[in-house]
Design a protein around this ligand. Structure first.
Ligand code: UDP
Ligand code: MG
Length: 323
């Protein structure tokens, strides 16, 4: 039977969170009296997450829908796969570490029933995260908000409810460097926010080391803005103006017999400044070209080694054997 609500949780080494996640979601959805499914996307976990997902699916095949990746493809891609395998009339994206309280789903469903098609959760407070994470997150949201062309609400993560229409629209967007919260703002529709306090992780530690955070920020910015490319142009003009002033100054000083600017140091400094600016601009260009190249290759966004249907089949054969 087709569920009304699909809940998607990306899983990367979350062995200690999975049982609790399932338990809390089942409790909440039971109280909501909705038909539901929990799409667990195993993003190439190296711990026991896969075995636990299997156990959960075997114990509750009606609700648990596993999607198993062939390797780690990243958080945003895992959620994308979940969206493609989901069947509900509304889809809720939630982190597996219970930083997003499942109880808020009730409020989201109420807003959805009022007619909103995107209900995003706004973090008013964050618990149990380092000052570095808090600071970089705050900075990130503000920079993205300032320089991108879409109005992405401040301090919202991926925790949100999307109507089937929105999910289908986003599934049809095949870009590979995905910044889902940006995409779900970009599509429009009727949107509303609900506030919540972000809890500390239930167990384990963050799966977003600095390297992944940086890549995530670059994906967000390049997906929704040409600003960095324009910076190259601005810098070009600024330095051209400085050079003109410099040239005139030097000529005038020489003609008036001044002994300044005779040494090599001046030349060296000028060359260093200009070449570093050029390299930075080349790097920015490279970022965009690399992303273009990725798009052109047109590889699949992810590779699934086991689909929900594989699990359903296994379950069927198991139950036949038992009879
Ligand atoms: N995640 C994933 N693949 C990755 C990294 C993270 O599926 O490569 C999942 C992770 O299991 C969790 C969610 O993405 O469910 C958010 O990750 P995390 O809680 O570590 O991020 P943070 O809350 O620290 O920003
Ligand atoms: Mg987390």
């Amino acid at each position: 039977m087709k569920p009304t609500i699909s809940i998607i949780a990306p899983i990367y080494n979350e062995q200690d969170c999975l049982h609790e996640l399932y338990r809390r979601i089942r409790e909440v959805m039971h109280s909501a009296k909705e038909d539901w499914e929990l799409v667990l996307v195993n993003d190439g976990s190296k711990d026991r997450s896969y075995e636990i997902i299997r156990e959960l699916a075997a114990a509750d095949p009606e609700h648990v829908r596993p999607v198993i990746f062939a390797r780690n493809f990243g958080h945003q891609i895992a959620v994308t796969a979940g969206m493609e395998f989901s069947r509900g009339d509304a889809v809720v994206i939630i982190d597996a570490d219970l930083q997003d309280p499942p109880e808020l789903i009730l409020e989201m469903i109420a807003k959805w029933r009022e007619g909103y098609q995107v209900v995003y959760a706004v973090r008013t407070e964050r618990e149990g995260e380092s000052w570095f994470k808090l600071f970089t997150a705050k900075l990130f949201y503000r920079i993205v908000y300032k320089i991108t062309d879409v109005d992405i609400p401040l301090d919202t993560g991926d925790f949100r409810l999307l109507d089937r229409k929105v999910v289908d629209t986003m599934n049809a967007m095949h870009e590979r460097h995905r910044f889902l919260r940006g995409m779900s703002s970009w599509v429009g529709f009727k949107q509303v926010g609900v506030e919540y306090k972000r809890a500390a992780r239930f167990a384990g530690e963050t799966k977003y080391p600095i390297k992944k955070m940086l890549k995530f920020a670059l994906d967000a910015i390049t997906s929704f803005s040409y600003f960095p490319l324009q910076v190259a142009t601005y810098l070009g003009f600024i330095f051209a103006a400085i050079s003109v002033i410099g040239v005139i100054t030097v000529v005038v000083m020489r003609l008036s017999g001044s002994q300044e600017f005779l040494g090599q140091a001046t030349t060296l400094v000028a060359v260093l400044i200009f070449s570093s600016v050029q390299l930075i601009c080349l790097g920015i260009l490279g970022e965009y070209i690399g992303r273009l190249y990725d798009e052109v290759k047109g590889r699949p966004l992810y590779i699934v080694s086991e689909t929900p249907d594989d699990f359903a089949e296994q379950h069927l054969t198991n139950s036949i054997h038992e009879e």
